[in-house]
Design a protein around this ligand. Structure first.
Ligand SMILES: Nc1ncnc2c1ncn2[C@@H]1O[C@H](COP(=O)(O)OP(=O)(O)OP(=O)(O)O)[C@@H](O)[C@H]1O
Ligand SMILES: Nc1nc2c(ncn2[C@@H]2O[C@H](COP(=O)(O)O)[C@@H](O)[C@H]2O)c(=O)[nH]1
Length: 194
């Protein structure tokens, strides 16, 4: 089987993690690519090696120097996130397809790298106001972190046209069912020639 890559990108708070978790539950052919990141682990809600590989900025720099990333970004000031080549290989070797949850710039870099082998999906919030409300209700970020995420969201919304598909995440159930359909169509299409 030729492994494929499905990228979900969106401004923070649009709901991509929620949709990706749903897809992982319903589709056993998918496996999540765990990114490396330098931000602190969120208390008891996150696990090293499950949500992220939490590493130091020095370790991150070493990985850049050793060319271990497909892409990496300083997603927020001082917080680096990167997609590891070893994760993609690990998942393909296990006979599954890769699914990723990355920021908008990172998503476009991965699409550019893997071309037809990748499906890039932009998850769009119904509005910036709703996105801010969701971030507040999630209660995982400080007020200043929420402000910078909302500020960045306004810029990221300009990139939706560069993605293969767009899902508006207003009603979560409908967004999940559209995501399931898009993923199934992509996985059932002729294998990409690479
Ligand atoms: N359609 C929806 N309606 C209302 N709330 C939603 C909807 N989709 C997701 N949420 C909630 O909004 C919050 C943000 O969702 P989520 O964490 O999935 O966003 P995200 O895009 O992955 O953000 P980040 O990039 O910061 O990880 C969560 O609390 C989630 O439960
Ligand atoms: N460019 C990349 N972005 C990534 C990667 N892994 C996660 N992310 C994105 O970072 C933000 C912040 O996430 P949070 O967990 O701190 O809320 C979010 O948009 C993720 O999608 C990656 O490897 N590369």
């Amino acid at each position: 089987m030729q492994g494929k890559i499905i990228i979900f990108s969106a401004p923070s708070g649009a709901g991509k993690t929620t949709i990706v978790k749903h897809l992982l539950q319903v589709n056993p052919l998918l496996a999540f690519s765990i990114s490396a990141c330098t931000r602190d682990k969120r208390g008891r809600t996150e696990e090293n090696g499950k949500d992220y590989y939490f590493i130091t900025p020095e370790e991150f720099k070493q990985k850049i120097a050793k060319d271990e990333f497909v892409e990496w970004e300083e997603v927020y000031e001082g917080a680096f996130y990167g997609t590891l080549k070893s994760e993609i290989e690990r998942i393909w070797e296990s006979g599954k397809h890769v699914i990723l949850d990355v920021d908008v710039k990172g998503g476009l870099s991965i699409k550019h790298f893997y071309k037809e082998r990748a499906l890039a999906v932009f998850v769009k919030p119904p509005s910036i106001e709703e996105l801010a409300k969701r971030l507040q209700a999630r209660n995982t970020d400080s007020a200043s972190s929420i402000s910078s995420r909302v500020f960045k969201a306004e810029f990221e919304m300009k990139f939706e046209d560069q993605f293969d598909k767009v899902i508006v995440n207003d009603n979560l159930e409908e967004a999940c069912s559209k995501a399931e359909k898009l993923v199934n169509e992509f996985l059932n299409a002729e294998p990409a020639i690479v």
